[in-house]
Ligand binder design. Sequence first.
Ligand code: FES
Length: 568
Amino acid sequence: MAEQDKQRHGLARGLTNYGDADFSLYLRRSFAKSMGYSADMLARPIVGIAQSASGFNNCHRHFPELVDAVKRGVIAAGGLPLDFPTVSLGEVFLHPTSMMFRNLMAMDVEEMIRAQPMDAVVLIGACDKTVPALLMGAASADLPAIMLIGGPMLPMAHHGERLGACTDCRRFWAKYRAGEISGRDIADIEGNLATTTGSCAVMGTASTMASIAEALGMTLPGTAAIPAVHADRLRAAEASGRRAVELVGTALRPGRIVTAQSIENALRVLLAIGGSTNGLIHLTAIAGRAGVAVSLKRLNELSDATPILVDLKPTGQHYMSDLFAAGGIGAVLRELKPLLHLDCMTVTGETLGERLAGEAPWVDRDVVRPLAEPYQKQGGLAALFGSLAPNGAIIKRSAADPLLFEREGRAVVFASLDDLAARIDAPDLDVTADDFLVLQNAGPKSGYAMPEAGYLPIPAKLARSGVKDMVRISDARMSGTAYGTIVLHVSPEAAAGGPLALVRNGDRIKLSVAERRLDLLVDDSELAKRRAAHRPFAAMPARGYARLYMHSVLQAEMGCDFDFLRKA
Ligand code: FES
């Protein structure tokens, strides 16, 4: 944008180029008036509202109501609210995986913020990839921005037990696969897992990203965990609209808020809440837009010194609405205070330290523990390195079985997702509960775009005999709502020629979570032979976004952003 456009405000920003700026503004005003706005309204600062309601996104069903509330706040504060649609990413409605389209949404958000005449923007997101995409786009556009989280679903009682997407979805599906419940039962449960609007009710990726957004200082305080259907959610929307008007013309842009220190604060929160492994990828991508590198070695240092304070599914017992009632992310931040960078600026204009000063509100200690009495002494995530993962891999140790942490096992290899689907339940599959299931070619450049397939199902014959967990290794991701001894994000991925591609049935693999190691116990000479015979897994797509994606996507430890979108 030209310097003179930056100095203009409202409708006069970023004029359409007809070679005559006065004509451009005259024409724009004229067309804007066709929407019925008065001259007074058109002279106000403009707050864009990036919204992603869609018939293909159940989690965003309530967004029209949120947009109305944001508009109310903007108008009350003297601005003109103009909402605009963005790409919408409904997690379970996208093929091959929503992950493939996070960067597309981020590009859409960045370019539409930049191209349209707005002085500040309210970003509304809820479902898994939408919050990171909005924050990535806003960080790159660097216009004053405030994040409004859509909020989690409410869990609902069913047959005497509260159910909520999506840990319970997986739990019951595993029971069904093991023959413990009938087809009629699973059909009945299907209608009782997700019964309100909002994002998944547990500490999955959506809740993790909401928590990260608040930890970064990009939301209003105390708003990350408000349930989607709670009236406070609408009040948060109205307040976000008001605050957006106050941000107009200030230097309080995402570049001032998303810094190396606030990223580290967000990592602490990610660890303390037992957050999703996906949260690490997305936070790394957001950081990359701000020119901040996230190191997996630093993650391990932080993880060793950050206890788990929150008891939400899939690692604990509660739901996100319980965290809201217990004190929300503010209660977590208050406990973590000695470990945080308190001089980080937030979107309110206060530092984090100023936000956390004063008397602490009531906290439900069943849900948020004191720092001195945590649920677990160490953070939920650990990065592993070794000959099988030279650039790193991730294990969510808080959702895994510690009995499987120090093991050597025989590899049972699946060469692709199709191979997995075809053979995992075969009665003649040569597999025991002590083996390591290995999935290849499910990483960013595989053509599958790194789906949440790392939660490999327990082979049916083992599941029926009562096996609940096994070591599973892949270059895929895992849903934040899943659990098990699952090693993910192996990098470099198989499709990029990483050592994972060279694993064969019967190889020995050594896992040591204590030593942060993942090693393939095969001679170098044998590996060299296999490498010489290795052929690329996926052909470059001929055209379109799939081609751009495969060409430009980075590995997991770089956040799976496109190489040309990170800040130099
Ligand atoms: Fe949208 Fe889970 S499906 S957050």
